[in-house]
Design a protein around this ligand. Structure first.
Ligand code: SF4
Ligand SMILES: [Fe+2]
Length: 289
């Protein structure tokens, strides 16, 4: 729980605050951009919520903060907001919230499908989100974009009995026992609407998931940057090979999609033609980075 004694002085006064436990993961700024922003090394409350909707967004950020660094001055019941997660983004795609410190606050997603639900990366194994996932039909498959964002995969596997998929180039001690390991760089069709696209660069085994030729789950390969007002791949957080990451982007640019749904960073929706242009622009900027 966030402690009022550790409240950062950068917060504006009022109900919500960020304390010194903040790890600057950016989750609160993406979930409640009207309340939280980045004050440098840590987040802060720059404006207190002024209506119920803004209050609930801020409360959603509070329950989703991976390190419980967001607090309220008075006692607030977050139960009604906890039940809003997973929160629908578009069609059958939801964001899970409840991020984990083990994945530095990476966002995970739920895809609801009649053939069985898919969890993309692992949220924190917290009762409210587990209960809601159960109510939405459980989890048949847990797809792990890369080794950084596996968080509580083992607990989700045990609870839901779901198969897990990860690229073998990213497997290690913490992911022993994963049911299905991908190999090589050829795309793998899991089903008519599901394509796994190995995208080495950020890590050797980073893999994107393309769903219905519309939603691209990118892990930490690619995200939207509000500062750049466009797609961005980060050389600073490229742990494996920038050259490989550029090659992966070139391969990815051949696919049609409209959504980029990352682990870290901002998601974005563009019409397919515009996404194509954005991918080309992003590739150009990667070559210069
Ligand atoms: S979600 Fe929590 S850890 Fe992440 S930036 Fe906000 S306050 Fe800091
Ligand atoms: Fe990562």
């Amino acid at each position: 729980m966030a402690k009022i004694a550790n409240r950062l002085s950068s917060n504006v006064s009022g109900e919500f605050f960020v304390d010194s436990g903040c790890i600057d993961c950016g989750v609160c700024q993406r979930m409640a951009p009207g309340t939280f922003d980045d004050a440098g090394e840590m987040a802060r409350v720059f404006r207190q919520p002024e209506d119920r909707a803004a209050f609930d967004r801020a409360l959603g950020a509070l329950v989703s903060c991976p390190v419980s660094a967001i607090g309220t001055v008075t006692r607030v019941d977050s139960g009604s907001v906890e039940r809003l997660f997973p929160e629908r983004i578009d069609g059958p795609v939801f964001e899970c919230g409840f991020t984990s410190p083990k994945s530095f606050g990476a966002m995970s997603y739920l895809i609801q499908r009649p053939e069985g639900n898919i969890l993309v990366d692992s949220p924190r194994f917290a009762k409210p989100i587990v209960d809601r996932l159960e109510a939405l039909g459980g989890v048949a498959l847990l797809f792990l974009t890369h080794s950084d964002d596996v968080a509580d995969h083992e607990k989700f596997h045990r609870h839901f009995g779901c198969e897990r998929i990860l690229h073998e180039a990213d497997s290690g001690l913490g992911t022993r026992g994963i049911e299905r390991l991908l190999a090589g760089q050829e795309a793998v069709r899991l089903d008519i609407d599901l394509l796994l696209i190995p995208s080495p660069g950020h890590t050797p085994g980073s893999t994107c998931l393309l769903f219905r030729d519309r939603y691209l789950f990118t892990g930490d390969h690619l995200s939207y940057s509000p500062a750049a007002k466009g797609l961005r791949a980060s050389r600073r957080t490229c742990w494996y090979s920038w050259k490989e990451q550029i090659r992966s982007m070139e391969r990815l640019a051949a696919y049609r999609f409209e959504w980029v749904l990352p682990g870290h960073g901002w998601r974005i929706h563009y019409p397919a033609e515009m996404m194509e242009e954005e991918m080309a622009r992003c590739l150009g900027s990667m070559a210069l980075a």
